[in-house]
Structure formats: structure tokens, C-alpha cells
Write a new protein. Structure first.
Length: 134
């Protein structure tokens, strides 16, 4: 498996000491920090070339801070190439993107077109979403 290059498109990292994740309340096995060091240890036998962070549903008021934390992690771990931001902060998408070297797109927690349509018309979102998919 070490020879096969892998792009891990669904990396979850979370830190309950830093952010509030309500879904962890009823998940005692998961209600602890899962940090980059945990991920690296778990994947040490896999040739992970690139990683894409998937938002972990912190409180809406902490969504931007969670994404900023991951952007900081990406400076430390160069294989983090992309990030799926929380739909709750998608309205801030144009402001969020330009100061990042990461490819950014939005994680939809609802399948409704009413939510997706505004982003499809957002040039910054289309560019980053397309680059993330390449």
C-alpha cells in the first residue's frame, strides 16, 4: 500500500478543547481530540500525498475559527491542499478565500438547490471548487 499515492479527500480533525462540537456529546468514543498527530500515526503505512480537510461541524459561531485553525495546520503540514468549509459560513466565501493558499469549497449538509444556487453563481467558489476537484 505504501507505493500507491493517495489523496485523502475526507480528513476530519477536531479539538474539543478549542471548539464546541455538539454532536460529540453523545459519542463518548469520539469525544476527544483527533489531531494531525493522530492522523499521521494512523496513516503512516499509507502513501498519503495530499489531504483535504472536511469541516467537523463546530458551533456556527466557531465555523470561521475552525477553518482558520486548519489553514494554520496547512502551513505546518504541506500535504493539506484543500478544505471543505461549513455551509454556515458560506455567505462569507469571497472574503474567506483570497487570503488562503488552500483550495476551498463548501460542504453541503442539505441537498436543496435553494442553498446551492447562490454558490454556483459565485465565481470565487466555482474556481476553488474546480481546482479542488483536479
Amino acid at each position: 500500500m505504501k507505493d500507491l499515492p493517495v489523496t485523502d479527500t475526507y480528513v476530519h480533525l477536531w479539538d474539543p478543547a478549542r471548539f464546541r462540537y455538539e454532536w460529540l456529546d453523545d459519542n463518548p468514543d469520539l469525544n476527544r481530540a483527533f489531531m494531525l498527530t493522530d492522523y499521521l500515526k494512523a496513516t503512516e503505512s499509507i502513501n498519503v500525498q495530499r489531504m483535504v480537510f472536511m469541516q467537523c461541524d463546530a458551533l456556527a459561531s466557531q465555523g470561521q475559527a475552525e477553518e482558520n485553525w486548519v489553514a494554520e495546520l496547512a502551513e505546518e503540514e504541506q500535504r493539506i491542499k484543500g478544505i471543505f468549509i461549513d455551509m454556515k459560513i458560506a455567505d462569507e466565501f469571497p472574503a474567506f478565500v483570497p487570503n488562503r493558499s488552500l483550495h476551498v469549497t463548501v460542504r453541503y449538509l442539505t441537498p436543496t438547490d435553494r442553498v446551492r444556487r447562490p454558490l454556483r453563481n459565485n465565481r470565487a467558489w466555482r474556481t476553488h471548487h474546480k481546482n479542488l476537484c483536479i
